[in-house]
Design a protein around this ligand. Structure first.
Ligand code: HEM
Ligand code: HEM
Length: 204
């Protein structure tokens, strides 16, 4: 058994991945800490900072969506949208088949799409909360300081926060599992761009 490798992920996709990962970790930590600190001046500053970082996520998502439309094949949405493979997985119950192609595997692609959908939900509810709680942002003209609507956005924002956290944990756990169980250096792929896979050694 030997490993073969191929340059799969381009530098822009890798840059956007690092940006989004950092921003999401900051949003998870800052959002929770803001809640724990209650109504102190530090909490108010943290909530303001949370919204600033939130705009960072808007930028990151716009960059990812643009690259999903115009980028190279492994970065395109067609690489993430794999209904046939998902159907096959559901029928055969084989969730981690030997990869046939380079790029995202079907199960991971489904998780990434779900994560992006949740992130879009976080942006919409977050911008609404920024308008209601802080009187700022692009939704201010519609929702500015309208506290009667707060519950419509706060509860979904919080529920989706748990879902985002869960998917990030699943993502990291899966990367570790691949490394340890399958002996394939996967985690570095979004740093170096190289994906590896095992191939049978041919008999001499
Ligand atoms: C903690 C926050 C993180 C988030 C939110 C996150 C999110 C994502 C997303 C959304 C994708 C899909 C990429 C695409 O759009 O095509 C992805 C792929 C990937 N991420 Fe992360 N990531 C995080 C951390 C990390 C870390 C720490 C590593 C390891 C160094 C890593 C390694 C990878 C790899 C290797 C892939 C591609 C895997 C594959 O081929 O399917 N990620 N990540
Ligand atoms: C991964 C994305 C995000 C996560 C994990 C996250 C997490 C959180 C958490 C945990 C809270 C506290 C809820 C509570 O107090 O019970 C919160 C509140 C809030 N978030 Fe986010 N958030 C994200 C994205 C965003 C974005 C993109 C924006 C806006 C651009 C935003 C704006 C807000 C606002 C305005 C509040 C209420 C703060 C206040 O009370 O003034 N969030 N978020």
């Amino acid at each position: 058994m030997r490993l073969e490798r191929e340059k799969v992920y381009d530098p822009i996709l890798r840059g956007v991945h690092v940006w989004n990962a950092l921003v999401i970790v900051l949003l998870l930590l800052g959002g929770r800490a803001g809640g724990w600190l209650g109504y102190t001046p530090e909490a108010a500053a943290l909530r303001y900072f949370h919204v600033l970082v939130g705009y960072g996520l808007v930028l990151g998502l716009v960059a990812r969506i643009t690259w999903g439309l115009v980028g190279p094949a492994p970065a395109r949405f067609s690489g993430l949208w794999q209904p046939r493979a998902w159907w096959r997985m559901a029928r055969t119950r084989e969730f981690f088949p030997t990869p046939a192609d380079w790029g995202h595997q079907a199960a991971s692609a489904a998780v990434y799409l779900l994560l992006y959908l949740l992130l879009l939900g976080m942006v919409v509810t977050g911008l609404a909360l920024a308008a209601i709680n802080q009187g700022s942002g692009p939704l201010y003209l519609w929702l500015g300081h309208d506290v009667t609507l707060k519950h419509l956005f706060r509860e979904p924002h919080e529920a989706m926060e748990y879902a985002v956290l869960a998917l990030v944990v699943v993502h990291i756990a899966t990367l570790i599992l691949h490394e340890v169980r399958h002996g394939v250096p996967l985690a570095q792929a979004m740093v170096s761009g190289f994906q590896y896979r095992k191939v049978e050694e041919e008999e001499e």
